[in-house]
Design a protein around this ligand. Structure first.
Ligand SMILES: Nc1ncnc2c1ncn2[C@@H]1O[C@H](COP(=O)(O)OP(=O)(O)OP(=O)(O)O)[C@@H](O)[C@H]1O
Ligand SMILES: [Mg+2]
Length: 468
């Protein structure tokens, strides 16, 4: 704008001098625009290479034990050096590209001043131009020159920023695959202990607070028992096109039942349970919770009514109490301690230096796998879910801890529908239904005795465990 206005002012003073100005200004701007167009993809490449370089650092920090255990330090240093060299080379190339070309474009405009002095000077000598007008034009030119200089400088910064922005936008614009449905969880009104009062999501924690967790751990015949039916209706699932991770899985879990899922590693156990809280959506068939397709339910309600205890428990850098109350930060301390007791965690928590206020996670004490798992169970207790999922880590705990965890799980699963992925028969034996998975299909189902009598895949796994 200001640039155009200044040019108009020059034209108003002298058409000839205006023409000279335009003659130099247009090629300069055209060249800068041309170079800038080439620059953006260059910066994009620089940022990609920077990402590749920092990935090496990030992986090396996260996986430092693996690197050390395999004595790969020098190879990792070499890998970083290679990526750094490529990055630095491209960065310097980009900067040089700009540094070598833009001054050239600016030089063309630089010619304007001598040309104007020459043409204007002759006009002043001959008479048609006043010397004051020539001085005016010279000042105008200097104003334009200042702007052209800035354009050169800022275009580089802008192209750099726009390349970064593009990378950020790519993530922001990534389509959201799992979209929340519209339905409230069915049957909620039937329960005297409302899990999720319809239409009052904010009141939900308070309404639940009073009932958790003692109610669920009584007889299991309470009203809670009517909720938590899970049905898989010819469910198939594959992570990518091609190989299926689940094929035609159908079963029904009645409210309050405990369903054990067994099978070799990679048989699809984790995949199956991940479909209940909709961490993924089915590729074929339907998953129903209390009669409603999970895709039609409000995602928040669904996820709040399903508690998952993952294979690897993640604890935040916060106190033990805050970690337990993660799903309900406003839970009173008394309730947190009750849940911890039910989860068999109270005892070891009290032995920590600051009890429930002990910091855990990255900045605090490191807990063992079994301890973390019990904290995760306490976390689930506090949420008082109608469906419970335990993806048990390959029993790496000692037998006393194992018994504690089993007892905690038994208490937690009373009155709820529980899915337990277990690797030990002591855990599986009392399940109402055992699903045996093989390569993503249910190959056998039934109770422990029935399956043993059948003498199939389950019997085989059972034999192996006892012959060890
Ligand atoms: N995030 C993922 N992306 C792609 N494929 C996956 C993913 N997770 C699992 N798979 C594949 O899906 C299949 C089933 O895996 P899943 O994790 O469900 O097995 P699992 O029975 O839980 O095994 P484990 O006992 O070792 O935990 C495997 O073939 C696995 O390679
Ligand atoms: Mg698994």
């Amino acid at each position: 704008m200001a640039l155009a206005a200044t040019v108009i002012l020059i034209f108003a003073t002298s058409a000839a001098l205006g023409a000279v100005t335009l003659l130099t200004l247009i090629p300069t701007i055209a060249l800068i625009a041309f170079f800038a167009g080439k620059l953006q993809p260059q910066w994009r490449k620089v940022h990609d290479l920077h990402g590749a370089m920092t990935t090496v650092i990030q992986e090396n920090i996260a996986g430092v034990r693996v690197v050390k255990a395999f004595a790969k330090e020098s190879a990792e240093v070499e890998k970083f050096r290679d990526r750094k060299d490529v990055f630095l080379g491209t960065l310097l190339g980009t900067v040089n590209y700009w540094a070598a070309r833009v001054p050239f474009a600016q030089f063309i405009f630089g010619l304007a001043l001598p040309l104007v002095l020459w043409t204007g000077g002759r006009q002043v000598i001959r008479g048609p131009l006043a010397i004051g007008d020539l001085a005016k034009v010279v000042f105008y030119l200097m104003a334009i020159g200042h702007r052209v200089g800035m354009v050169g400088q800022f275009t580089n910064i802008i192209q750099n920023a726009s390349a970064s922005g593009e990378r950020i936008l790519e993530i922001i614009r990534e389509p959201q695959i799992i979209k929340s449905g519209q339905l409230d969880l069915p049957d909620v009104t039937l329960a005297t202990t409302p899990l999720t009062p319809p239409g009052s999501e904010s009141a939900e924690p308070a309404a639940r607070g009073s009932s958790a967790p003692s109610e669920g751990s009584e007889t299991g015949q309470g009203p809670l028992n009517r909720l938590g039916r899970v049905q898989f209706d010819h469910v198939s699932f594959n992570y990518y096109d091609g190989k299926a991770s689940l094929t035609d899985v159908s079963f029904e879990a009645n409210p309050g039942q405990t369903i054990a899922i067994v099978g070799a590693t990679g048989s699809g156990k984790t995949t199956l349970v991940n479909l209940v809280p909709r961490f993924y959506d089915v590729s074929g068939g339907r998953v129903l919770v209390d009669g409603a397709d999970v895709r039609e339910l409000k995602l928040r309600q669904l996820r709040r009514s399903v508690s998952v205890i993952f294979q690897e428990t993640f604890l935040f850098s916060a106190s033990v109490a805050e970690n337990i109350a993660y799903g309900r930060p406003d839970a009173p301390r008394k309730e947190i301690e009750e849940c911890a007791s039910a989860a068999q965690a109270h005892e070891f928590i009290m032995e920590l230096e600051d009890g429930y206020d002990t910091l855990v996670g990255e900045r605090g004490v490191t807990l063992s796998g079994g301890q973390k798992q019990r904290i995760a169970i306490a976390r689930a207790f506090l949420m008082n879910p109608r469906i419970l999922i335990l993806d048990d880590a390959t029993a790496s705990v000692d037998s006393r801890t194992e018994r504690l965890i089993q007892e905690a799980m038994r208490r937690l699963s009373v009155g709820r529908t529980a899915f337990i992925i277990a690797h030990r028969f002591s855990t599986v034996q009392h399940a109402d239904q055992i699903l045996v998975l093989k390569e993503g299909r249910i190959v056998e189902r039934g109770r422990h005795d029935e399956l043993i009598a059948l003498g199939g895949v389950y019997g085989e796994i059972f034999e192996q465990q006892f012959s060890r």
